[in-house]
Write a protein that binds this ligand. Structure first.
Ligand code: VGL
Ligand code: ZN
Length: 179
């Protein structure tokens, strides 16, 4: 069985947010259309406490229950089955959705016999990469939907570099039109 995982499509990672991926909002309609191809849909949220070591490395973003941590308003969130909350402690970064603290995501996928995981969302260099690498290493057939991700690109080329690293791990890249 296959499932879709939408990573961190939250206001703080979109233009106007605290840690924006330029054009991060542009993938929202692509993801809305993608959701119609899946009956099992997960979405992760970066869900930080007010104080965390994570904010020593990053501007304050996605503090739990704030507007910055909410899904982008155009995301059709009613289609999402389970929400995964990550980065919830004051010592963990929680880049990977497999570090969610409200659900054991790996165990959940195995119990439901989901072996193909399709990943989209924000941001290419951090949470997409960390999640996709975990997924592939845990033995799930992992696909990243290339037209449904965006990078932060603090330095030009960062996103492309991350894509190369994922490809080196054996992760497949597809376009949403192939689904
Ligand atoms: C992320 C940096 C810090 C992400 C989360 O969702 O990619 N990046 N926290
Ligand atoms: Zn974060």
């Amino acid at each position: 069985m296959k499932a879709l995982l939408i990573v961190d499509v939250q206001n703080d990672f979109c233009p106007g947010g605290a840690l924006p991926a330029p054009d991060g909002n542009k993938i929202v309609p692509v993801i809305n259309a993608l959701m119609d191809k899946f009956s099992l849909i997960f979405a992760s949220k970066d869900w930080h406490p007010e104080e965390t070591v994570h904010f020593g490395k990053w501007p304050v973003h996605c503090v739990r229950e704030t507007a910055g941590a909410a899904f982008h308003q155009d995301l059709q969130a009613q289609k999402i089955g389970e929400i995964l909350l990550k980065g919830t402690g004051n010592k963990d970064d929680g880049y990977s959705a497999f570090e969610a603290t409200n659900i054991d995501f790996k165990d959940y996928l195995r119990r439901h016999e989901i072996n193909n995981l399709y990943i989209c969302g924000l941001t290419t260099e951090y949470c997409i990469k960390a999640t996709a690498v975990d997924s592939q290493r845990f033995g799930f057939q992992t696909y990243v939907v290339e037209d449904a991700i965006k990078g932060v690109e603090q330095n030009k080329g960062d996103a492309e570099k991350a894509i190369q690293q994922m490809k080196n791990e054996g992760i497949q890249f597809i376009n949403s039109s192939m689904l």
